[in-house]
Design a protein around this ligand. Structure first.
Ligand SMILES: [Zn+2]
Length: 410
């Protein structure tokens, strides 16, 4: 594939009609299928399937797999995702570290994770730039970028982040300039993790879901409607960790105290009983029961409020604390006891205990989902002429400065 033809194909894949994305996702989720199976599963006319799959083959998104033998008639020629033509690149930024990994169109890693350590926004973004320069090739279809905190995906801004607590809003336009013509798909770490969970699980029709991520000092939520994270400012989702209760805690990087993610931390437990211990071990240690009970009572109030507010049918707790499943089963019972009576009967809480933190593979899945498989695609990038960037950033600074001034006034 030449650079020119790659550029043309990337542009065409980025604007694929919803029906073709739907067909492509059906082929992926089935692990390969014939044209007949595709037309039966999706209710499309055979001629439409033939026409669409020819285009997907030409774009290098699918390939003809091995023929399955049949007793009578012509063998069916299954179609499967082409795992060799295109790749997606995932970048995850966490405090002090950037990780990058390439995956194929099935979301399978193609090489080990590359990582660089750095501090502050400039250091981390400088290392991100170096890694992208190293990894970008004509086979890369899209780039996913996951950052903890409050992000504005369409304008590629990170408004605030645990990765650079002291920095103001960060504009990622220079990275997009480097990656062009490919899109950089930005989202926060919890939405990115939810996107990968959704990519790997069967679609649950008609059920809105809330994924909550638990780690020491980290509590994130992602509201999934119609199988995808809801972008925008829905209460109870994304900023769950910064919902506050009137209890003393260490100051959060958001500038406040009493945040739920400061409560769900080893520091909060230490303030209760003076002992230093990992959060995961503490949750399972009978000697720390009074401190853990105090924390759980507060956490259950915050989680039940979020569930009452969102009123989803299905809740997934993604737990990044190995060996703590019994604790979370008990916490789920405690939360359920505080839900609205009608909701208590209906809501299903399931635990995902092998989740791990959001990583570059998840970020690559985010890019794949939006660029190839999601019916409405990644949506248009926010057009920003170079001259307007300063104004955008200045306006975001004004928004960011407001809570800081309030904090000083208290
Ligand atoms: Zn906070």
């Amino acid at each position: 594939m030449t650079h020119g033809s790659a550029t043309r194909l990337i542009a065409e894949i980025g604007t694929l009609p919803p029906r073709l994305r739907h067909e492509l996702d059906a082929i992926r989720r089935a692990g390969g299928c014939s044209r007949v199976e595709l037309h039966q599963a999706l209710g499309l006319r055979p001629a439409t399937v033939t026409h669409d799959t020819a285009r997907l083959l030409r774009l290098g998104l699918i390939q003809s797999g091995r023929a399955s033998g049949r007793a009578q008639g012509r063998p069916r020629l299954p179609l499967e995702i082409d795992a060799r033509s295109w790749q997606a690149l995932g970048v995850s930024i966490e405090p002090g570290i950037v990780r990058v990994q390439a995956v194929d169109l099935n979301g399978q890693p193609l090489a080990p994770v590359l990582q660089r350590r750095a501090h502050g926004a400039q250091g981390l973004l400088g290392e991100t730039r170096h890694l992208l320069q190293q990894m970008l090739g004509d086979q890369i279809l899209a780039i996913g970028l996951a950052v903890p905190g409050f992000v504005e995906p369409r304008s590629l801004h990170v408004l605030f982040s645990a990765a650079w607590p002291q920095a103001g809003p960060i504009d990622l336009a220079p990275l997009q300039d480097l990656a062009a013509p490919r899109r950089i798909i930005l989202d926060n770490s919890t939405n990115t993790l939810a996107c990968r969970v959704q990519f790997e699980r069967p679609v649950v029709d008609g059920q809105d879901q809330l994924l909550i991520y638990f780690a020491d000092g980290r509590l994130g939520a992602s509201l999934l409607a119609a199988g995808r994270p809801v972008a925008g400012c829905i209460c109870g989702a994304n900023e769950l960790g910064h919902n506050r209760l009137p209890v003393p805690t260490p100051r959060c990087y958001c500038g406040r105290t009493g945040c739920l993610e400061r409560i769900f931390s080893r520091q909060f437990l230490q303030a209760q009983d003076g002992r230093r211990q990992d959060l995961g071990a503490s949750l399972m240690d009978p000697a720390r029961r009074p401190a853990v009970d105090r924390m759980s009572d507060l956490l259950a109030v915050g989680l039940a409020n979020a569930l009452n507010f969102c009123r989803v049918g299905r809740v997934i707790w993604a737990i990044d604390l190995p060996g703590t499943e019994p604790y979370f089963r008990a916490l789920a019972r405690q939360v359920r006891g505080q839900l609205l009576r009608e909701l208590r009967q209906r809501v299903e809480i399931s635990l995902l205990t092998q989740t791990g933190p959001c990583g570059p593979r998840d970020a690559a899945t985010l890019a794949l989902t939006q660029v190839c498989f999601q019916p409405d695609g990644p949506g248009p990038a926010l057009a920003r002429p170079a001259a307007s960037r300063t104004r955008t950033t200045a306006a975001l600074h004004a928004v960011r400065d407001r809570p800081r001034h309030e904090a000083e006034a208290r």
